[in-house]
Design a protein around this ligand. Structure first.
Ligand SMILES: Cc1cc2nc3c(=O)[nH]c(=O)nc-3n(C[C@H](O)[C@H](O)[C@H](O)COP(=O)(O)O)c2cc1C
Length: 307
C-alpha cells in the first residue's frame, strides 16, 4: 500500500508531519533528547523567552485537575543570550522546523527578543506569545486587545524577515477580531490556544492550590473549547492556523486538522508521557490508513457543517 503523506505547510514553513511540540511543555529540547528523535517530529517550539533571564513564580506552580492541569510557571527562562549561546548549537544537530516562543513585558521587549535572534539561521519562525502580562497595563495581556495585538505584530514585522506566528489567548470574548488584527498586521500564521484561566482551592487550608492563585488550564479538559476557537478563527482569516489544546490522540489531531488547522501542537500530553508525540505520529499513520486518507493536506478545513 502506498505511503501516507503527512507533510504539510504553514505558509513558507514545510513540515515533515503536522506534529509540533508546544511551548513550555518540552523545555528547550535537550530535556527530551533521550526520549524522542527530533528528526521525526514536524516541529518544535521553545519555552517562552524574555530578553533577560527570569526565575518565574514561586511554588506551588503546577496542580493536576480533572483531565488536565493548572500551571503558573510565570515564564521562567534563561534569556536571549544564554539561549543563543547554549540552545541554538543543540538545535543545529537536528533537521526539523524550530520556533522560538517570544515573550515580553512590554511591546519593546518583544521586538528586542526578535531583533536579538533574527540572524540565527536555525530559528525558522517566531511564535509570538501574546498572552504575557504587560507591566505598564496592570498585567493585561496584549492578546485580549486587537489594537495591542496589531501593534506588536506590526512592529515585529518591520524588523523580521522570518515567519511570524501570532499565538492567541482563548480568554477573550471575540477571538475572530483578535485573529483578524494579527492577520492585518502581517502575521504569517496564527497559533491557538494558549491556556484558559483557572484556579483550584485546598478545602482544608482554604488556600489556592497555586501560589499565584490563578493558573492556566491545559490538557484534554480544554479540547472542545480549543477546537471551537480554531474553527471560528479558520472561518475568519486567510492565513494558516496551528491548532492546539488538549490533543492526546491521533483522532484529536484529525479533529483539529479537519476544523481548519494546517498543523497542530502537543503540550500537556508530553508532560504525561515524553514520547506521546511520536506515539501519536505512529497512530496517525494507522488512523489515516484505516480511514482511507492518503494525504493529510486534503483534510485541512475539510469539515462539513450544516448538512
Ligand atoms: C507547564 C506549561 C508551560 C507553558 N509555557 C508556555 C510558554 O512559555 N509560552 C506559551 O506560549 N505557552 C506556554 N504554555 C501553553 C502551551 O504551549 C499550550 O498552548 C497549552 O498548554 C494548550 O495545549 P495543551 O492542552 O496540549 O497543553 C505552557 C503550558 C504548560 C502546561
Amino acid at each position: 500500500m502506498s505511503e501516507i503523506d503527512l507533510t504539510t505547510k504553514i505558509g513558507n514553513l514545510a513540515l515533515k508531519n503536522p506534529i509540533i511540540l508546544a511551548s513550555g511543555t518540552a523545555g528547550y529540547g535537550y530535556e527530551l533528547e533521550k526520549y524522542i528523535n527530533f528528526n521525526e517530529i514536524g516541529g518544535f517550539v521553545s519555552k517562552g523567552i524574555y530578553f533577560d533571564p527570569r526565575k518565574g513564580n514561586d511554588s506551588p506552580r503546577i496542580y493536576e485537575t480533572p483531565c488536565g492541569m493548572l500551571n503558573a510557571i510565570g515564564l521562567q527562562g534563561i534569556g536571549v543570550k544564554r539561549f543563543r549561546d547554549e540552545i541554538i548549537p543543540f538545535w543545529e544537530k537536528y533537521d526539523t522546523v524550530f520556533g522560538v516562543n517570544v515573550a515580553g513585558e512590554t511591546e519593546d521587549e518583544y521586538v528586542k527578543v526578535v531583533e536579538y535572534l533574527e540572524r540565527e539561521k536555525r530559528v525558522d519562525f517566531f511564535e509570538i506569545n501574546l498572552s504575557c502580562p504587560n507591566v505598564h497595563e496592570g498585567g493585561k495581556s496584549p492578546s485580549w486587545d486587537s489594537q495591542k495585538t496589531f501593534s506588536i505584530i506590526k512592529e515585529i514585522k518591520k524588523i523580521s524577515k522570518k515567519h511570524i506566528m501570532a499565538k492567541l489567548s482563548p480568554n477573550v470574548t471575540y477571538i475572530e477580531e483578535i485573529a483578524k488584527a494579527a492577520e492585518e498586521a502581517g502575521a504569517d500564521s496564527i497559533s491557538l490556544v494558549n491556556t484558559f484561566v483557572g484556579m483550584a482551592v485546598d478545602i482544608k487550608t482554604k488556600k489556592p492550590q497555586i501560589k499565584n492563585v490563578f493558573g492556566g488550564v491545559s490538557g484534554p479538559a480544554i479540547k472542545p473549547m480549543a477546537l471551537a476557537l480554531v474553527f471560528k478563527v479558520f472561518k475568519s482569516v486567510k492565513i494558516p492556523i496551528v491548532g492546539m489544546g488538549g490533543i492526546s490522540s491521533a483522532g484529536d489531531i484529525l479533529e483539529f486538522i479537519i476544523s481548519g488547522a494546517s498543523a497542530i501542537e502537543i503540550g500537556t500530553a508530553t508532560i504525561v508521557d515524553p514520547r506521546a508525540s511520536l506515539k501519536m505520529l505512529k497512530q496517525l499513520k494507522d488512523l489515516m490508513r484505516a480511514l482511507n486518507h492518503k494525504n493529510i493536506k486534503d483534510l485541512i478545513g475539510s469539515i462539513i457543517t450544516g448538512g
